[in-house]
Design a protein around this ligand. Structure first.
Ligand code: ADP
Ligand code: MG
Length: 462
């Protein structure tokens, strides 16, 4: 193995993750075309799901609510008290969803979720509510917002049938069922004083919570998820949502509706998205090959796996990691947080990369090997951020956001955005290609505890 051949190879691999300016513009154009199609008719690849949320909060909302969030990796249960001044108090517990429940039966999954709600109430709320004069826990009905971050065909604020699973879930008998009812039935079996009042996509929750927390200043028009998966929801004019029956009572006098784009499945046809042999290999390892093609190039569930495939290939070619056994042959074994930690190391000897590969993979490295890994990581991470920026740009063009607002606010939630070094700057590079100088009008901020607060806000309007 010569030093230069490994580095040359790494540079060549990293280059395969480049996205040109023309490609970014083509991606945004195609996004607008597909979004338009999804607003017109059902059964389009990019589903553009109406949320039945017809306004965004202004920070004066008040009350106490329960919220649960089935996001992909974790299940969160929280209680939220909205203070009515843009601030809130939040109490939350988080549990990892057991892998077997992600591919088991609906009954198993939803009874697990209900048990977690039960534990939360017993641990955190029972005492408090027993203390309240004249109220036993069972008399008090909590309104619960259910953040469920998979594509559902929403038919009202608190009901929706599951269209398909994503992000590694495959609970077959839940498809086509009303997920609010599945949860409510299990809560009722446990005799919990909880009413599932709103079904909320995490993107919608993120948008709502960001809008609540930034009152009076600017228009929050977009909520973005960059975590296990990726998706976006935005404020659309009701008139543009052709496929919606606007004569129903709940829409009378309304002018906007929040739309959940389901952009994870943007360009499943691969007309404009870039691809590599490793992307194709990762796709084939998933339960839904050919679907969620945008998500599979952008979100946390997949970036680590793309990296693992590349490193394994270099190892098998005899170019990387001379040790005969590596843990790299186990699918899904590299967490995307590794990419963040590698990216963050700017020391000349890459000492952090050295210790990451030593502790996480049990492998000693040479400096050249570490440089090679860093180059590849940078390619994968940068492509993710550029692609995210291009579709965000597409949404902003679609709603002419910058033409009518001096400042356009975007709320983001998810570990990839929050922790990947330089992610926002890279996203902004792509935004500039799509919306030009208007990029300066865009404010991007984390929607802290977005899904919980957002679900509470949706439960409140329900
Ligand atoms: P969820 O999607 O369940 O709401 P998160 O927003 O925390 O949860 O996203 C989890 C995803 O983010 C996982 O795919 C994980 O690999 C990835 N991740 C966790 N920590 C980091 C990090 N420091 N940098 C980049 N990605 C991360
Ligand atoms: Mg989340």
């Amino acid at each position: 193995m010569t030093t230069s051949s490994l580095l040359e190879e790494a540079i060549a691999i990293s280059k395969q993750f480049d996205v040109s300016k023309d490609q970014l513009v083509a991606i945004s154009d195609e996004f607008i075309r597909l979004a338009d199609g999804g607003l017109k008719t059902d059964d389009m690849p990019m589903t553009m799901i109406p949320s039945y949320v017809t306004g965004v909060p202004n920070g004066t909302e008040k009350g106490t609510f329960l919220a649960v969030d089935l996001g992909g990796t974790n299940f969160r249960v929280c209680s939220i008290h909205l203070n009515g001044d843009g601030t809130f108090d939040l109490l939350q517990t988080k549990s990892v969803i057991p892998k077997n429940l992600m591919v088991g039966t609906a009954k198993e999954l939803f009874s697990f979720l209900a048990q977690k709600v039960d534990e939360f109430i017993k641990t955190h709320l029972e005492e408090k509510f027993n203390e309240e004069a004249g109220h036993s826990a069972n008399e008090h009905i909590y309104k619960l917002g259910f953040t469920f971050s998979f594509p559902v065909n929403q038919t009202a604020i608190n009901s929706g049938t599951l269209i398909r699973w994503t992000k590694g879930f495959d609970v077959v008998d839940a498809v086509g069922k009303d997920v609010c009812k599945l949860l409510q039935d299990e809560l009722d079996l446990l005799k919990l004083p909880v009413h599932v009042a709103a079904l909320v996509n995490d993107t919608v929750g993120t948008l709502m919570s960001r809008s609540y927390s930034t009152p009076g200043e600017s228009a929050t028009l977009l909520g973005v998820i960059l975590g296990t998966g990726t998706n976006g929801a935005y404020v659309e004019s009701l008139a543009a949502v052709d496929k919606l029956d606007k004569s129903i009572a709940s829409l009378a006098g309304k002018s906007v509706m929040v739309i959940n784009t389901e952009w994870g499945s943007f360009d499943n046809d691969m007309k404009v998205l870039p691809t590599t042999s490793w992307d194709n290999a990762v796709d084939l390892e998933t339960p839904n090959p050919g679907f969620q093609m945008f998500e599979k190039r952008v979100s946390g569930m997949f970036l680590g796996e793309i990296l693992r495939r590349i490193l394994l290939e270099l190892h098998e070619k005899g170019l990387l990691f001379s040790s005969s056994s590596t843990p790299l042959s186990t699918a899904w074994s590299l967490d995307t947080s590794i990419l963040s930690r590698v990216e963050a190391d700017s020391t000349p000897d890459l000492v952090a990369v050295k210790s990451i590969i030593e502790t996480d993979l049990g492998l000693p490295t040479t400096l050249v090997e570490r440089q090679a890994v860093k180059l590849i990581v940078e390619g994968i991470g940068k492509r993710s951020a550029l692609l995210a920026g291009a579709v965000i740009g597409g949404v902003l063009v679609q709603i002419k956001a910058c033409e009518s607002n001096p400042v356009v606010d975007i709320g983001v939630d998810g570990s990839v955005f929050e922790f990947y070094p330089g992610y926002e700057e890279l996203m902004r590079l792509a935004l500039k290609e799509v919306i030009g100088e208007n990029e300066k009008k865009i404010r991007i901020g984390i929607a802290k505890d977005g899904s919980g607060v957002g679900a509470a806000l949706c439960a409140l309007v329900a």
